[in-house]
Write a protein that binds this ligand. Structure first.
Ligand code: C5P
Length: 222
């Protein structure tokens, strides 16, 4: 089944980014002159496949973000990432929804287009995934004893933007549950999730090391 319809990009940017060790919430940290949030918004718009932008930010940064990003609907995020996504969903009225971490600030626009294309080709849920390069071990609860080696050939490191038909993502968030991404909630509904090739540049900026890598990449690009 081919799916037409409008597309919203929901950009959760309400995290504090404790692991980055900055005073500023992570999405508001600057990377070569543009905040991570601004870069993510620019990438979503440059893809040409996004009709509406919804950005979820810490409550005290809503007014500032409305001024800085007049092209976006800005809402307050919540305590957990899933709370922020739910707040964004309430402000989206499109047929298709992308959820994209502001922290994946160097994601190429073509990845947004590839996810939307897979939705239009009929997939109800789509994630970008990359093969895992390292050997993976399962360890005991203390983390200091190997219990076994995991077969990495059937594993993927999953990124954003993740794409969904809007009714499915709404149903998944109404049901809730424990998941570290939106696709995890959709999987719990029994809905098939399609994988498209991810992109190294869509990595999530989490640690000071990630920010260093991102700065070096920007020096190459800008
Ligand atoms: O903390 P982590 O890097 O996993 O967060 C992924 C994305 O979700 C970030 O862009 C962050 O700003 C966002 N987030 C949010 N609301 C929260 C926690 C995280 O919008 N309560």
């Amino acid at each position: 089944m081919l799916t037409g319809g409008s597309v919203a990009a929901l950009i959760p940017a309400a995290g504090m980014g404790v692991r980055l060790g900055r005073q500023t919430p992570k999405a508001f940290v600057e990377l070569a002159g543009r905040t991570l949030l601004r870069r993510s918004v620019d990438a979503a718009l440059a893809s040409g496949v996004v009709d509406r932008l919804v950005v979820m930010v810490p409550p005290d940064l809503v007014d500032r973000t409305r001024t800085e990003l007049p092209e976006a609907v800005v809402v307050a995020g919540g305590a957990e990432r899933s709370d922020s996504v739910r707040a964004g969903l309430a402000a989206a009225d499109t047929d298709l929804v992308l959820v994209h971490d502001a922290a994946r600030a160097l994601t190429p626009p073509r990845l947004f287009a590839a996810v939307v294309q897979a939705l239009r080709d009929g997939a109800p849920a789509v994630v970008p995934g990359l093969p895992v390069a390292d050997t993976l071990k399962r360890v005991g609860s203390d983390g200091d004893r190997v219990l076994g080696t995991v077969d990495r050939s059937e594993l993927r490191a999953v990124q954003t933007p993740q794409g969904f038909t809007a009714p499915i993502l709404r149903r998944a968030h109404e049901r809730g549950g424990d998941a570290t991404d939106d696709a995890g909630l959709v999987e719990a509904l029994g809905v098939p999730v399609h994988v498209v090739p991810g992109d190294d540049e869509a990595f999530k900026i989490t640690t000071p090391f990630d920010l260093r890598i991102a700065r070096l990449l920007c020096r190459e690009q800008d």
